[in-house]
Structure formats: structure tokens, C-alpha cells
Design a binder for this molecule. Sequence first.
Ligand SMILES: [Zn+2]
Ligand SMILES: [Zn+2]
Length: 345
Amino acid sequence: MPALVKAESARGMDLKQVPIPEIGKTDVLIRVQKTGICGTDVHIFQWDAWAAGRVKPPLVVGHEFVGVVERVGEAVEEFKPGDIVSGEGHIGCGHCYFCRTGQGHICRTMKIIGVDRNGCFAHYISMPQVNVWRVKPGIPHEVAAIFDPYGNAMHTVMAQPVNGRTVAVIGAGAIGLMACAIARAAGALQVLVVEPQEHKRKLALETGGGFAFDPREEGWEQSFRGHTPDEIGADVVLEMSGSAAGIHTAFKMVRPGGDVALLGIPPTAVGLNLAEEIIFKAVTVRGINGRLMFQTWYQCERFLLDHKLDLRPLITHQCSYRDYLDAFDLLEKGQAVKIVLNWEE
Ligand SMILES: [Zn+2]
Ligand SMILES: [Zn+2]
């Protein structure tokens, strides 16, 4: 089958023929229809320090997908051929302290598809049945393909109360934009967005953001505070950029006593002035990793079906997997938000 493979420890990715994966008794073989390209995939493509330290080529890349069940192992009862499914790409060991106490998303020996084991940028992927997620009718397939990052956004927004509060989102990439839509639907009073790129600021205003600020513009902090009660800052700040500047902005714009949730991953250590940025301000800080299995997935489903959340505007491009080089080029240049690759011939 064709697959996008990280073949060597170097920049790039190759479209290669690889064997269709085998399935065990409790596995599901899924014929991939659509896949989302994530920032993580771009890091693997570029072969940055993180990727070089984590990924062991050769590896089929990709972790965001929707597909059809092709075949199931003999012990699988929950799924049958023809079912439309996505999947939780974090595969826990199932028996450690974390997996057994409902915290499988931080299992210490977790394997991530497309990072630690073969992923979904291929015609087929095999997954354990416990990780397979049935896609309900009424959910567009291109949206089902991006449940993984949508779940990251949901997990981040739901990590603290947002209803009746002023929420700020730092970084309006795909996950930041999804967080705007979720926070708004979850009853945030106001969603304030901080994003240097103009096309993403525009998109933020279409997906639930009330005001969007360019952090390179003189005086933006004052006008940001002007949209918060008594100009004290945001009750909740969701940091999605992963840049040192974005992280400092998060602590600067949160009000004293507020909440900061950190999802964006800085490539290197970030120095904080703990006394000024966190302690004296009495800020509550949360690190967010992955999605809660499977509470986050149920929330994602219900927000689409009951709140009519529409994530399609942030899928800026869809193309054939054969055009993957163009897709990675657009993402590296920051000209696309979310790109979905079609795998059906
Ligand atoms: Zn992803
Ligand atoms: Zn575990």
C-alpha cells in the first residue's frame, strides 16, 4: 500500500509502498479515507531536534484520520467492516498506575501512532479496538479526521471553568481556532485572541473570537485589557503557540487569581520569573497533554451534534495525499491552517 514514510534521519518524507499492517486478535484494520496534517508532522518532516530525539525511522507518519473498518481481529465485537471510525492515537499500556486510574493519556510507556509506531498516512492503519472511536452520523468526515487536535482544544478549554468568564487564546493555529469556537459555545463572556498572522486573526473572528490582537502592534495590551472587567486581564488564558513570547504573554495577560492552561510545546526550555509571573499573581497553571480517554471524545462529539459547532472554516485546504509536498510547503510557510489529505483513489 502507499504510505508517507519517514525513511531516513533527515529532512523530508517519502511516498513509498509498504506492507498492509497485520492485525492481532483485538485489533481493527482501518481503510484510511482522510487525514489531517498536524504541526507534529511538520516537525517530523523538518527533522528538528525534537523529532531527531524521538522518532526512529523508518516509520509511517500521521495520527489524525477518519476511515472505514476493513477487517477486525477475532476477539473484536464492538466494530464490524463498514463502520466509520477515527481513533485515539495515544496507545497506553493498559495496566500501569495511570492507565488504571483514568489517566491513560499520561501513561509513561504510551506509544503514539505516527511518532512511536506506524501511523495513518497510508491506505491502512491497524489499531487496538479500545483506541477506535465510532463516528456518529451527522459529523462531516473531514471534521472526524481532525478529532485528535479538536480533542486537544477541548481538553484545554475544559481544564477550567470558562462559562461567564473572559477567555484569551494565544496563537490562532488550528487548535487555537478550535478553542475559540469551543470556549464561545461553552459560555465564555468574551474570547480575546492574540495572533501575529493576519489571516489567522481574521479566521479567529469567524470561529468565535470577539477581538483579535496583533502582538507586534504598539498599544495592543492596553486595548486587550480594555475588553476585560476593570481592565484587570483575562480570567482564563489558553496558551497554544508554544513560543517563549506567547508563554510570557499568557502570564502577562491573565488577571491576578486567573487560570493559565499550557498546550503549545516550546522547542527549548523557557525561563519564567516565577515570583512576578505566577506566585505574586496567584495564577493557577495547568499543563495539558493529549485528550482524556474518552471523556474528551464524548465532549467533542456532543459539541458538534448539540451545539452545531462548525470546524470546517479552519480546514483551509484539502488535497490528494500525492500532493503532500505542496501541503507541507504551505504549512511551513504559515499559509495554511489545517490541511486534510484525501487517501481514497
Ligand atoms: Zn496532531
Ligand atoms: Zn499505562
